[in-house]
Design a protein around this ligand. Sequence first.
Ligand code: ADP
Ligand code: MG
Length: 647
Amino acid sequence: MTARLELSGITRLYQTGAETVAALGGIDLVIEPGEMLAIVGTSGSGKSTLMNILGCLDRPSGGQYCVGGEDVSTLSPDGLARLRREHFGFVFQRYHLISGLTAAGNVELPAIYTGERSDSRHGRAKAILARLGLGDRLSHRPNQLSGGQQQRVAIGRALMNGGGIILADEPTGALDSRTGETVLALLKELNAEGRTVIIVTHDHGVAAHADRVVEIADGRILSDSRRPAEKRVIPVSTPHKAESPFRPLAAIGFSIIGAISMSLRAMAAQKLRTALTVLGIVIGITAVVAVVGLGEGAQRRVTEELSGLGTNTLTIYRGRDMGDMNAARLSKLTLEDADALAAQPYTDGVTPEMAGSVIARYASRSINMQIQGVGLDYFRVNAMKLKAGRLLTADDLNRVRPSIVLADKTAESLFKDGGDPIGRIILAGKAPATVVGIVEAEHMRGSNGMGYMPHTALRTRLTGDSNLSAITVRLKNGVDSKLAEKALGELLERRHGSRDFNIFNSDQIRKSIERTTSMFALMISALAGVALVVGGIGVMNIMLIAVTERTREIGLRMAVGARQSDIMIQFLIEAVAVCMVGGAAGLGIAFGLSALFNAMQFGLSLIITPGAILLALLSTMLIGLIFGFLPARKAARLDPVDALSRD
Ligand code: ADP
Ligand code: MG
């Protein structure tokens, strides 16, 4: 419904330094729906000031202004924005089209802020432009259009949200007289449909097109003359849909996509500036991803190194500590010890080990080989994988069979002739042994081969010594290895009468290595954090510049009804988009680095995990939000009139 506008005693004061200028000195005016009215006056008479107040872009310093009965003096900036969306369409002397948007995009703009769905918006914008004779210029950008065409696009934009009241400030001022005439004819036509049209001009010729001419000078009304009402049009209500307080997700989604594509275009236009801006982010993200990747690589390396020891194992060796020279002579580990340990509630498997060194022969080949006398659980406890044949069985152990399982590399060098080693008989020292299986061994102990026999067989056939060299205990899942180590130590100490053994705890070692790597990661992460903050400051700087450069655009968006939050969100999204560009570049570089690093085979690899990528993306987003906040708030708090008049 086209609203009635009532002004009584409207003043507008401007404070310039110590001086107060009254741009409007008490205006009383009522504008009925459907009127075509011209406000004329010389430059500086207060026309634009009056129009800004009429259009709710500005608030009066004094007096009362009611739009359709609603007093504007009590309204917040967002309340004024709502009135602008609902009632007003602006046409400016300099068109104020957004240069990055097409003709259709410019016309659609006001409907973005009412939350209209994009397909319906597109359709209406097309129809409006077709009606204005620009049906074939939909995807032209403002700089591809003539002045008259641009002004018609601006009129289309004024119609988009209903256009009940069209406010045109010097609409023909930048046009030649013929083009000006067509624009005026168009405004008349719109008035004939029942819209209120208010034209502000210094040109009496232009004013003559209106039915009513209000002349102002020095902020006061000089005269108010109506043309005799010959065939006055009955005002028709313009279609205006009440907007829902909840904006559809689709509309928000569209404005997000719009903001992103707009900022990407701006960045593409200023490549060097963008590159310098996001450099800090790029470095920071590269560092974050690389650090996490190195940490992951180190972790995997440690896990691999220790996987020969199983996941959670304790190994008991003879002697007070690792280097105890008297270990073999003075202290003993026996099968009974192993059985006692196996009876503990926290053990999942226990394997006695016995070691001997022999020369292994097959055909004409011979190699040095360490033989481990092992129990059934040995392979499982140490998480060793079978490659061919079978592992040792209970039968092998009980019947004291000379079965032997070889490490893969050992089998390779012993059976150089090729062919299947399984089932062949080798000489281990002087005793024959049957190869029953081959296991994968991560590392050979020195250049020696490795073979595994039932400890029963090793003892009787090779060494004759019933002392074990070690006992490896696999702990049950969930058992605290430290507590188990303590309990186990106490048990053995009781059995032996003294602590003549030492315990190697794979989990403790893993933990200490992990602690070292995470310390390292923490340090580089701190450096990465510094780079990110520096990057964030760069982004904040560029966004502040963007707000300054695009002040007019912001003013225009506000004029067509954008809320402060709309502007805020737009700039936040742009800041995030800028950061994301840096983050993506950083990720790319990190991937490149990891490929390079891994190709060089340091033994440590840089592994980029999905978690690291997620971390990188989240931190860039967060930086965009944090450092974009200030510029976005600055943009959102701009005064629409100030912003529009900025050049
Ligand atoms: P017109 O549009 O008729 O040329 P304006 O409404 O723009 O006139 O200006 C009316 C008077 O108010 C002028 O004297 C101008 O200098 C003053 N004025 C307008 N805007 C401002 C402002 N932002 N700050 C101070 N004075 C202003
Ligand atoms: Mg003016």
